[in-house]
Design a protein around this ligand. Structure first.
Ligand code: PMP
Length: 393
């Protein structure tokens, strides 16, 4: 039986990690993999996570199963983190999921159950896993224009023009903040315009928020989600705790579905059913840490302070890189690097230029020229700036 299997395409980022590891150059720079790194290159365990783990180790008396939907306290804390008070409790259904990927996967399955004919509209480009999971599930996908290759900002007119063709019952997938892979994001007035268009077309918004706190701040990064939640009756939200709590391998996320109050019970039951079909009980350790941190004022204050250090560090690197490129090139054409938010920026380089950065300079980024700002430090920024100009970007 297993002999009938065909090889699956290799994950491009994992391939890149392999190449980076095998590169003997000591001054090589990894701007590929999508994890936060501090200036020493470490992806640290956050202080509040360590403290919560210690408390948990001392207090935890059992590891028996939790609820199918995860712990109610976790679901409530995550709904408040993402939504604030933008949606009344009688509209909110929520389940814990294995990471933001698990939340996306469950959301797509929920869409397929509710409307097998739905097309899911995705930004061009989007996180490649969106596309591969949708394809795997046999769902219809429609791209919408998003990134302006010249300005490296959102091509908002084109985005609205494409999304005007969405049908009632289709789903429009939006990145809540810190768009992956481009770094280009909607302004609040643009979110407003998207809400108005969704109202006209009857398409349902799904918002993937995997970097809350990495852009303009915890509350600021949720402003778009909250606006949509207050304007549209139905919204799906896939949230990840991997980045903002630094608990990547604990697999901690949540799928939140907003519905009319009359549909809440069935929606909540369907989310729990989907958990049951796919993995039964969701992972608990990370979710428990997140609950402790979000509900204990001391842990929470320390977490927010460290998250803010991380966010400001990345912003500082963006500003340094944009300035250095301006100084070396004498042009403002790299100003977009300081305008982008989150861990990533799409440079807009050709595949050949990305290849030259790798072979000639030992600088690794994803083939579409997505660079991870957190892979830099104040010493490597000028090295990258010189290399970018050297390969003619
Ligand atoms: N959505 C987007 C846009 C992402 O970039 C990521 C992380 N790469 C995720 C979801 C999910 O991450 P995880 O499953 O590790 O929580």
């Amino acid at each position: 039986m297993l002999g009938t299997l065909k090889p699956q395409p290799a994950d491009k980022i994992l391939q890149l990690i392999g190449q980076f590891k095998a590169d003997p150059r000591t001054d090589k720079i990894d701007l590929g993999v999508g994890v936060y790194k501090d200036p020493t290159g470490l992806t640290p365990v956050m202080r509040a996570v360590k403290a919560a783990e210690k408390q948990l180790w001392e207090a935890e008396k059992t590891k028996t199963y939790t609820g199918l939907a995860g712990e109610p306290e976790y679901n409530a804390a995550m709904a408040t983190l993402v939504l604030g008070d933008a949606a009344a409790a009688d509209r909110i259904s929520s389940v814990a999921t294995p990471g933001g990927t698990g939340a996306c996967r469950q959301a797509f399955e929920l869409i397929r159950m509710a409307n097998p004919e739905a097309s899911v509209w995705v930004s061009d480009p989007t996180w490649p896993n969106h596309l591969s999971i949708l394809k795997y599930l046999g769902m219809k996908v429609e791209p919408y224009r998003y990134f302006d290759a010249d300005t490296r900002a959102v091509d908002f007119e084109a985005m609205l023009a494409d999304l005007a063709a969405a049908k009632p019952g289709d789903v429009v997938l939006l990145h809540g903040c810190c768009h992956n892979p481009t770094g280009a994001n909607l302004t609040l007035p643009q979110w407003q315009a998207v809400a108005e268009l969704l109202e006209k077309t009857g398409a349902v918004p799904m918002i993937d928020i995997a970097y809350q706190g990495f852009g303009d701040g915890l509350e600021e990064d949720a402003a778009g989600v909250r606006l949509i939640a207050s304007r549209r009756p139905e919204v799906l939200i896939a949230a990840s705790c991997s980045k903002n709590f630094g608990i990547y391998r604990e697999r901690t996320g949540a799928l939140i579905a907003l519905s009319e109050p009359t549909n809440r019970e069935v929606t909540q039951g369907t989310l729990a059913f989907l958990n049951r079909q796919n993995y039964s009980f969701p992972p608990d350790h990370g979710a428990r840490l997140v609950t402790m941190i979000l509900t204990d004022p001391t842990l929470r204050a320390d977490w927010q302070a460290e998250l803010e250090e991380v966010r400001r560090g990345m912003l500082g690197l963006r500003e340094q890189l944009a300035k250095e490129l301006q100084r070396l090139s004498g042009s403002d054409r790299f100003g977009f690097i300081a305008e982008h938010r989150g861990m990533f920026s799409r440079l807009g380089a050709s595949p050949e230029q990305v290849e030259r950065l790798k072979t000639e300079h030992g600088i690794y980024m994803v083939g579409d020229s997505r660079l991870n700002i957190a892979g830099l430090n104040t010493t490597t920024v000028p090295i990258l700036a010189r290399a970018i100009l050297d390969v003619g970007i």
